[in-house]
Design a protein around this ligand. Structure first.
Ligand SMILES: Nc1nc2c(c(=O)[nH]1)N[C@H]1C(S)=C(S)[C@@H](COP(=O)(O)OP(=O)(O)OC[C@H]3O[C@@H](n4cnc5c(N)ncnc54)[C@H](O)[C@@H]3O)O[C@H]1N2
Ligand code: MOO
Length: 333
């Protein structure tokens, strides 16, 4: 490190970086650092410094090609989010800059590029997991460097890595309001033996992302009846269709067969996640279609909760998205 100490008059120190902690003592009440090493002195700090008797202070003079931790953190965060309007930065605090979502949406992280950035020595970019649904005001990432001063070349390296890809390292896709049709299967519900439990569960989940259930219909364990109700929602302009129950191996489980008979393009029947392993994802006339197994009724977090926000944010689900769920896919089941 080529930076060095310099003594300056406190009134002239605004914008400069404190070289060591400065201690304040209020008898009987407080003893501790008033400002920490690395703090960038602001106008409002001058009064406080004079009040503890500091007319002169040591500041850190950065050499050519060096960056203070605050500036480095800011540049890492900026490189990661580019100009995504859905994200904003906080002011540096203790050398850390937070990235916060300005909207409700789906966080997307380019994981290989994130890893390449963290491979640069002393650079820290920490994020929530990719595909996490986030709320307006929620922190999604934090950036910092480890030492107080770093060579600017390292940060330029981060900027080059982040700039190589077409998409930013971090982005939040807004949830798009969808019109959702629900087909509930099961002879026990159809014949009124038991009361439907699926309707309220899926309605709440769909509404939480700003979409709307446009209707729920009931079908017996009959492939043609199920298929006909799916077709009816497609004709009504639904842009997501959920079919509940009948997803397992019993002779009365007709949902996967009905979806196959419709000629839907089945991405996968089965996901390596528990609960929710019997989930089916397909596209019928371009409309996403999900077969929801019984566990969605009683487990608060299943594979349905993984893919619903992704679909509502406009992502097209691929087989690769499904098969890679296996690692870490075992939840309470
Ligand atoms: N031998 C195997 N057994 C099971 C397998 C398997 O692979 N092999 N898979 C298990 C998994 S995983 C799940 S999840 C469950 C259930 O899947 P289903 O989608 O077939 O669920 P259903 O049989 O239709 O219903 C289960 C249970 O929930 C009640 N139910 C269904 N719909 C409603 C509704 N709308 N409202 C209220 N209650 C409802 C239904 O009456 C049943 O009691 O299979 C495992 N078994
Ligand atoms: O589809 Mo099941 O949830 O794995 O119980």
């Amino acid at each position: 490190m080529k930076s060095k100490l310099k003594e300056v008059r406190t009134q002239e120190a605004v914008g400069m970086v404190l070289a060591h902690d400065l201690t304040a003592v209020v008898p009987g009440k407080f003893k501790g650092p008033l400002f920490r090493k690395g703090h960038t002195i602001r106008e409002e700090d001058i009064e406080k410094l004079l009040n503890i008797g500091k007319e002169h202070i040591y500041v850190l003079e950065l050499a050519e090609g060096e960056l203070h931790e605050d500036d480095a953190a800011h540049r890492i965060a900026r490189a990661a989010m580019r100009s995504d309007e859905a994200l904003e930065l906080t002011r540096p605090k203790e050398g850390k800059v937070d990235i916060v979502s300005r909207i409700d949406g789906l966080l997307r992280v380019d994981v290989p590029t994130l890893t390449a950035i963290n491979r640069v020595e002393h650079v820290v970019l920490s994020t929530l997991k990719t595909h996490t649904p986030v709320r307006k005001g929620q922190q999604v990432a934090a950036a910092r460097v480890i030492p107080l001063v770093v060579p600017e070349s390292r940060i330029k390296q981060v900027e080059t890595i982040a700039g190589r890809q077409e998409h930013p390292v971090l982005e939040v896709l807004p949830f798009r309001p969808h019109r959702v049709g629900v087909v509930t299967t099961g002879s026990e519900v159809y014949h009124g033996r038991i009361q439907d439990g699926f309707g309220p569960v899926v309605r709440e989940k769909v509404e939480q992302y700003g979409s709307k259930v446009i209707g729920q219909t009931f079908a017996d364990d009959d492939k043609e009846m199920i298929a006909q109700q799916i077709r009816a929602f497609a004709d009504q302009g639904a842009d997501l269709i959920l079919v509940t129950g009948g997803m397992s191996v019993d002779p009365d489980d007709r949902t996967p067969g009905a979806i196959a008979d419709l000629g839907a393009d089945i991405v996968s029947y089965g996901t390596p996640m528990l609960p929710g392993s019997m989930l089916l994802i397909a596209y019928y006339r371009g409309i996403p279609l999900m077969g929801l197994p019984g566990c969605v009724l009683h487990d608060p977090f299943t594979s349905f909760d993984v893919f619903l926000p992704r679909i509502l944010a406009g992502e097209k689900i691929t087989r690769e998205d499904i098969i890679t769920l296996g690692h870490g896919g075992l939840h309470a089941c």
